[in-house]
Design a protein around this ligand. Structure first.
Ligand code: 5GP
Length: 179
């Protein structure tokens, strides 16, 4: 099945589960190398990161911890441009090597806010790993050290990413068919 309908829109398969597995493994290998001898704290940004986090962690061989934070700036398939507060960070990140795990960096506003907020807690280092990056959409300069896929400016869903609550369970990634 390469075409699906979710709510009112049609989507076509654009990235297969095999391609995702390969690229997630590649990111994990880079992290294994860069953080050898360290014990980074991975910080997953819910909800969309859950499949990425799960598959990435299975490929990490270094000692590492995981925690999750949440905030949302997104509704439906258009960014609202409004970014809310970070919630759920219960442990101290002072002096820690923190790697933020995000499903997708679009305008970068969410990640910018996240980086600003976390930097206040004085981590030893802060890096961003994002499964998807839309370079053409970036509105603020942020460094995404690890990105598995750079994609075009099209709305996608699947592998943890949703369209109005649906589609997170799809193992492959689909992009919207423009009408
Ligand atoms: P940003 O602040 O970078 O514009 O938006 C980041 C958030 O918007 C992501 O964490 C994600 O929840 C949502 N988002 C951005 N682009 C897409 C997309 O193509 N598909 C889906 N499902 N969510 C997206």
């Amino acid at each position: 099945m390469s075409k699906i309908k979710v709510h009112d829109r049609e989507f076509v398969k654009s990235i297969s589960r095999e391609e995702i597995a390969t690229e997630v493994k590649r990111v994990a290998e880079r992290i294994n190398k860069d953080y050898a001898g360290k014990r980074p704290l991975l910080l997953g940004v819910l909800n969309g990161c859950f499949m990425f986090v799960s598959d990435l962690m299975k490929n990490l061989e270094i000692e590492c911890e995981i925690s999750f934070v949440k905030f949302s700036s997104y509704q439906g398939s258009e960014t609202t441009g409004k970014v809310n507060q970070v919630i759920g960070l219960s442990e101290s990140i002072e002096g820690r090597d923190v790697i933020i795990l995000e499903d997708i960096v679009d305008t970068g506003l969410t990640m910018h806010k996240m980086l600003e907020t976390l930097a206040e807690s004085k981590p030893a280092s802060l890096a961003v790993a994002s499964l998807f990056l839309k370079p053409a959409r970036l509105r603020v300069p942020i460094e995404v050290k690890y990105s598995a896929f750079e994609i075009a400016d099209r709305f996608i869903l699947g592998y943890g990413l949703d369209y109005d609550g649906l589609g997170r369970n799809l193992p492959d990634v689909y992009e919207v068919v423009e009408q």
